[in-house]
Ligand binder design. Structure first.
Ligand code: MG
Length: 186
């Protein structure tokens, strides 16, 4: 029996993540806009471009790849009624006391440090941009966004934290008079 492919390159993982998110109605820009909204409050040096780049970098990482693929598939399976037992209705109805989706979100959001988790909390509670849209659409019959809204919010939170790290690295480099670091280092 030939083994099926389970190892993917960074470029492949980014593409597969983009594809599955697009299938679920989410594009990179809408995630980056949340990061931009969060970080532009603290600095006027933030560009949407660096937020988009951060989201793309995060989506190319193996651990995040596994989270995104799993989250999207759980929602799809719940929409199709393919789980058995009580968990089908719990996920499909996005039961408020079910927290496994938030656990996954917290894990992803801490990629660039603990601050990512507070950024995630802000997005989770205040439901910025696409997260609000996903949340609203998830209430419609036949649509389940129980895991998707958290994974999208968590990616935005991690990207937002990466942007903050980059800006601080820039500031520190200026202070030391050393050459500006490459953003690809972070
Ligand atoms: Mg959720």
């Amino acid at each position: 029996m030939s083994k099926k492919k389970i190892i993917y390159t960074r470029a492949e993982m980014l593409k597969l993540n983009k594809d599955i998110l697009a299938k679920r109605g989410v594009d990179i820009e809408s995630i980056a806009e949340i990061s931009y909204q969060q970080q532009s409050k603290y600095s006027d040096q933030v560009s949407l471009n660096v937020c988009v780049e951060s989201v793309e970098k995060i989506l190319s990482l193996r651990d995040i790849f596994h989270h995104v693929q799993l989250a999207c598939e759980i929602d799809r399976l719940a929409e199709e009624g393919l789980f058995q037992g009580p968990i089908q209705d719990i996920i499909e109805q996005d039961f408020g006391l079910f927290g496994v989706d938030e656990t996954m979100g917290l894990d992803v959001s801490s990629l660039y440090g603990t601050i990512g988790q507070t950024n995630f909390g802000d997005i989770d509670v205040n439901k910025h941009g696409i997260v609000q849209k996903l949340n609203d659409a998830g209430k419609e019959e036949g649509i389940c966004h129980t895991f998707l809204d958290d994974i999208v919010g968590a990616i935005a939170a991690a990207a937002s934290t990466r942007v903050a790290q980059i800006l601080n690295e820039d500031l520190a480099s200026e202070d030391n008079g050393v050459e500006r670091f490459s953003i690809f280092d972070i």
